[in-house]
Design a protein around this ligand. Structure first.
Ligand code: NAP
Length: 243
């Protein structure tokens, strides 16, 4: 049996587990299973791998995407550059870290981009915002972060005036604001300044249409949720574990 799984804490509902178990069923893959490993500290990873000898691949989620790095033997180029890991491949006891969020993000947004989409606001400065920033850089799109506690290079939500909203035609929500069950929340941006030229991308996939996306759609903006990004990063994980 080849074992795969997800580390994070707490782990209540997992897209990845459902996704991989359905994949194994659909593709008649009978020698693989995918389990949840809700470890209470990332320092428990080596013991988990020691105990689970058949473990060959892990996904990593909140709050360990950055904390896990000191517990890995090697990082691939993207994980190193981004400073966050969401996939681990275990080969002969060695732990190699990868970042497939960036692949998922770039491939999910690329078909929506228009020539005037040259600058992006990234809402939030957590683990996934780093992968988004790296992806934008690779696609030649300028970006700035918007934070509740900005450093000198970042914007605060109160800075988003007409000039800023005109300059940045892409707005990407990498915060958990609006995620189920708090579906009546949305990031505090001036939605009245959103136009048909804007593209709003939300990393959240539950609900399908967050209030952030709904408000953007009402203003005529192009919108997309995080589901395809999630599916693309999961398939890329599978490719890495089987390479
Ligand atoms: N679709 C996908 O494939 C995919 C992949 C990864 C993550 N996600 C989703 O993306 C979201 C963020 O994930 P993450 O790992 O980056 O989370 P995270 O590390 O917890 O970071 C989220 C950032 O959002 C901001 N934030 C947190 N709570 C907030 C609040 N109440 N109000 C305003 N801003 C707040 C914070 O930035 P500041 O302190 O700077 O404001 C924080 O650093 C989650 O919903 C996750 O499910 C989706």
């Amino acid at each position: 049996m080849r074992k795969f799984g997800l580390i994070g804490y707490p782990l209540t509902h997992s897209f990845s587990q459902t996704y991989f178990n359905e994949k194994f069923r659909r593709e008649n893959i009978s020698d693989c299973r995918y389990d949840l490993y809700p470890i209470t500290s990332v320092g428990k990873l080596p013991a988990l791998i020691q105990a689970q000898r058949e473990l060959v691949g892990l996904n990593v989620t909140i709050p360990y995407k950055e904390q896990v790095i000191p517990f890995l033997n090697k990082l691939d180029f993207y994980a190193e550059e981004i400073g966050a890991v969401n996939v681990i491949r275990i080969v002969d006891g060695k732990r190699i870290g990868y970042n497939t969020d960036v692949f998922g993000f770039m491939h999910s947004i690329k078909n929506l981009l228009q020539p005037f989409h040259s600058a992006a606001l990234i809402l939030g400065t957590g683990g996934s915002s780093k992968a988004v920033a790296f992806g934008l850089k690779k696609m030649g799109i300028e970006y700035d972060f918007v934070s509740r506690n900005p450093d000198e290079k970042e914007l605060r939500y109160a800075d988003l005036d007409a000039e800023v909203m005109h300059q940045y035609k892409i707005i990407i929500n990498t915060t958990p604001v609006g995620m189920f069950p708090k579906v009546d929340d949305c990031p505090p941006i001036p939605y009245e300044l959103i136009t048909r030229s804007h593209l709003l991308f939300d990393l959240i996939y539950n609900p399908d249409e967050t209030l952030f996306l709904k408000k953007g759609k009402e203003r005529g903006a192009t919108i997309k949720n995080g589901l395809e990004m999630l599916q693309l990063q999961a398939e890329k994980s599978w490719e890495i574990w089987n390479s």
